[in-house]
Design a protein around this ligand. Structure first.
Ligand code: GTP
Length: 819
């Protein structure tokens, strides 16, 4: 609703032009307004009233009411100039309602700051506003509406509601409880066009509202942060909070804070509101340098710090994870078996032992986890992937053999991995067992046994007889105590994949060891480019379990594909997130592979020749299949260990599973050999392989596999020729015969055969090489003449024998070339 300028001017007895120019000056009408018939928005009525109302008693009177806060202007009690303004009954009712609402709000404002309000408010029109303190004891009287009530009839619905003013704003009409400072009537009203200065503007945006503030909202680690600089303007703040400004205003009112859309609120209030709506405030004051936005690393670091703090609160002891390493045949497997048999965890007896890559036993009511893939291949592979699942390494040394090359290798791996080391001297029962010699060797390697003044716990055992097992386990537990192994079982699960395989019925399976948190059926986990929704979990006895706490090895079902042993896994929010993360990782790996392939190549001549040589070099191509992922890795390691300058080895594929017809079809074009390790063949594979000329070799012992592959590689080379001496004879006489001459000889070594290759040697010089065409014993032909006997020998095509010559008989053997 609005009134025309001349009408307003008339009301205040002011020249319309004067009124127009003042309105323009205040920005209440457009600067180019020329006509006094133009209208003025009712939102300015209050300001106009403040400026032009006379100090004399107003034509509007509000009957004072004893309950001051309810200083509601009863329209019925307002004396209106007769005949000027006509209101319908509904209008009056509405005005009543609105007035009541405003009064209620005003009461709330007053009650927030005032204990008892003065009983009466006489809304005398004050010529100029006496700025009210924030704790204005009285709600502002409904001045503006009654003032404009006499406005011309075309103001169909005059601004009726006596709006309460925000306590922070000047309360122009409210009588101060003490004495309102006398204000000169003509004092010009200088309302800053700023929003906060317009007491009634809190429900109407001011035309001169400040430009949109620089509030920005960011999200870091799931927390929404509003970055802003004061002043905190209600409207902008509402936008940042995602609220309608009116909603925020009403929330402010609930807090007894009355602010218009364009007013500012203080930081404490903003903080409370932000908190209520789940935001954090980042307030930058002037002069403060804007802190750089946190980097993803920073966010990650903060998250990790949080996780660490969380862990510290919930740390609980966890069982040690032990690996057994040592030289071949020193008894690693026997020791693992002995430990397992002797110490089945209570209540688990009767379960069927499953090889899942790790098992857990109980000793003295405490659990110990053993990785049951003996040897260091799996261990090193895990380390290569950055996984350090092992706490203690037990180095097995046979008491009769002592330290051997692989013992040293295993020792180096354990030391590199910085795991706690213990030595089990095995085979103490065999003849020739020498514990002291082993200890001596330990000392030489700077791993002095405890009882020799060093730090390395050394336990003599006889795995095959089960002797010393208890002591070994006790020592392991003692070592675990020293290490103070702890983990937070309450965290989200994370850990390491120990082994994986593909089961025909159940799909990919993987044994994992939880390192932190507890893994539960139903959890979603991600492991590099693989993910799983845990459908079921089994322990090493094949028993179904629902939860796996830290250090517990479990076989997990529900994988999208076979994860790599040694890779780390972690639980995430849900399957969708797991799948997304796995996809991202797959994409990243592919990209990495593509960019590596596209990397500039060495184009030097040397490189060119090296390439030509490489092309010419023979290559043995291998398609590898194995029962479990751990074995694939182990076999691959063995194969990669075969080095040759003459033949190279190319593993076309290395997968878990049985040998299938597909493998044959894949191997055929590249003439690859299929190598199976501990795995079977699909029906019909043999026939298909024969048809395509594909060789399949199966092994159960890894060293045999290595040897055979070496042979196959060597077979690709041209064989080496080796002379095999069969016999020798000395020429004593030369006899003429019909066709030439025969050498009369004494066989001095081996034997001489007819048809064999021989050479005639005179001193160091070879006179002739050819076949033995004639071999006679006396006058008879002979096939073979042995050492010590005389005979006649003639080589086809040669007659130049002389007494004293030597006839050497030999054969050329083809032997496999060496790599
Ligand atoms: N007398 C005796 N023989 C043992 C003992 N421990 C193991 N053996 C024998 O030593 C041989 C090798 O034992 P394994 O347990 O297979 O040794 P390993 O280190 O696992 O061997 P690889 O798996 O080939 O590396 C087997 O014939 C065992 O019977 C022991 O305490 N006393």
């Amino acid at each position: 609703m609005s009134a025309r300028i001349h009408e307003i001017a008339k009301q205040y007895n002011i020249e319309p032009k004067e009124m127009l120019s003042w309105l323009k000056q205040q920005g209440f009408v457009a600067a180019d307004t020329k006509s006094v018939s133009s209208t003025v928005s009712k939102i300015y009525y209050d300001e106009i009233a403040k400026q032009f109302a006379k100090p004399e008693p107003a034509p509007v009177e509000v009957t004072p009411e004893p309950a001051a806060p309810a200083a509601v202007v009863e329209p019925a009690r307002v004396k209106l100039p007769a005949g000027v303004f006509v209101k319908s009954a509904q209008d009056i009712q509405r005005e009543k309602d609105e007035a009541a609402k405003a009064a209620a709000a005003a009461r709330a404002a007053a009650s927030a700051t005032v204990v008892s309000a003065p009983p009466v408010v006489v809304p005398k029109p004050m010529p100029a506003p006496a700025p009210m303190v924030k704790s204005a004891p009285l709600p502002p009287p409904p001045v503006s509406a009654p003032r404009f009530a006499p406005a011309p009839a075309q103001v169909a619905k005059p601004a009726p509601a006596p709006m309460m003013r925000p306590p922070v704003a000047p309360a122009p009409m409210a009588k101060a409880p003490v004495a309102p400072p006398p204000v000169p009537a003509a004092r010009p009203f200088v309302p800053p066009p700023s929003p906060g200065a317009k007491p009634t503007s809190f429900v109407q945006p001011s035309p001169t509202a400040p430009a949109a503030s620089s509030m920005t909202v960011t999200e870091e680690g799931g927390v929404k942060i509003i970055h802003l600089k004061p002043p905190i303007i209600v409207r902008d703040f509402a936008v940042a909070l995602g609220l309608k400004p009116f909603k925020l205003i009403s929330e402010l009112m609930e807090m007894s804070i009355f602010a218009s859309m364009n007013q500012s609120i203080d930081e404490a209030v903003a903080n409370k509101l932000a908190e209520k709506h789940g935001f954090l405030l980042d307030i930058k004051h002037r002069g403060e340098t804007q802190a750089p936005a946190p980097t993803p690393e920073k966010v990650k670091q903060t998250k990790e710090e949080k996780a660490r703090e969380e862990d510290l609160k919930n740390l609980a002891p966890r069982p040690p994870v032990v690996v057994i390493m040592g030289h071949v045949d020193h008894g690693k497997t026997s020791l693992l078996d002995a430990i397992r048999k002797a110490n089945v965890a209570a209540g688990e007896a009767g379960g069927i032992t499953q090889h899942i890559g790790a098992y857990q036993i109980e000793h003295n009511n405490r659990k110990i986890t053993f990785l049951d893939t003996p040897g260091h291949a799996a261990f090193t592979k895990m380390r290569a992937r950055g996984a350090s699942v092992t706490d203690i390494a037990v180095l097995v040394v046979a008491a009769d053999d002592g330290f051997m090359p692989q013992t040293d290798e295993a020792l180096k791996h354990a030391q590199d991995a910085k795991v706690a080391l213990m030595v089990a001297v095995n085979k103490m029962d065999v003849k020739g067992a020498n514990l002291d010699r082993v200890k001596q060797q330990m000392q030489e390697r700077q791993i002095t046994p405890e009882d020799w003044g060093g730090e390395i716990v050394t336990v003599p055992v006889a795995a095959i007889k089960g002797q010393g097992i208890t002591e070994l386990l006790e020592m392991i537990l003692l070592q675990a105590d020293v290490l103070e192994l702890k983990a937070n079982p309450k965290a989200e699960a994370s850990g390491v994949v120990v082994e994986s395989e593909v089961d025909v019925g159940r799909g990919p399976l993987a044994t994992v060891i939880v390192q932190r948190g507890t893994l539960r059926v139903g959890d979603a986990i991600v492991c590099g480019p693989h993910w799983a929704k845990v459908r079921a979990m089994f322990d090493d006895k094949g028993q179904n379990i629902k939860e796996a706490p830290p250090s517990m090895p479990v076989r997990v079902i529900g994988w999208s594909s076979s994860p790599d042993s040694g890779s780390k896994f972690m639980a995430v929010k849900n399957a969708r997130e797991a799948e997304n993360l796995a996809e991202e990782e797959e994409h990243r790996q592919k990209k990495e592979a593509v960019s590596a392939a596209a990397a500039p190549k060495d184009t030097s001549l040397d490189a060119l020749f090296a390439n030509i040589a490489a092309v010419q070099a023979k290559t043995l191509k291998v398609v590898l299949k194995s029962d479990v992922y751990g074995s694939v890795e182990a076999v691959r390691n063995v194969l990669e260990g075969i080095k040759s300058a003459k033949v190279s080895l190319e593993v076309v594929s290395a997968e878990v599973g049985i040998i299938t017809k597909n493998d044959v079809l894949m191997a055929a074009p590249s003439k690859a050999t299929i190598i199976g390790f501990n795995t079977k063949q699909e029906n019909g594979v043999t026939a298909l392989a024969k048809h395509h000329g594909v060789t399949i070799e199966s092994f159960e012992i890894i060293y045999e596999l290595g040897d055979r592959v070496r042979e196959m590689m060597a077979d690709l080379l041209e064989p080496d020729l080796k002379e095999n001496k069969l016999g020798g004879a000395e020429v004593r006489q030369v006899f003429p015969v019909a066709k030439g001459f025969v050498a009369g000889c004494l066989v001095t070594e081996g034997k001489v055969n007819r048809g064999i290759t021989a050479r005639v040697r005179r001193g160091k010089e070879i006179m002739f090489e050819g076949k033995v065409g004639t071999l006679r014993r006396f006058k008879d032909d002979a096939n073979e003449v042995r050492a010590g006997l005389e005979c006649g020998i003639r080589l086809d095509g040669y007659d130049g024998y002389q007494p004293g010559d030597r006839i050497e008989c030999y054969e050329i053997q083809k032997v496999r070339a060496s790599l």
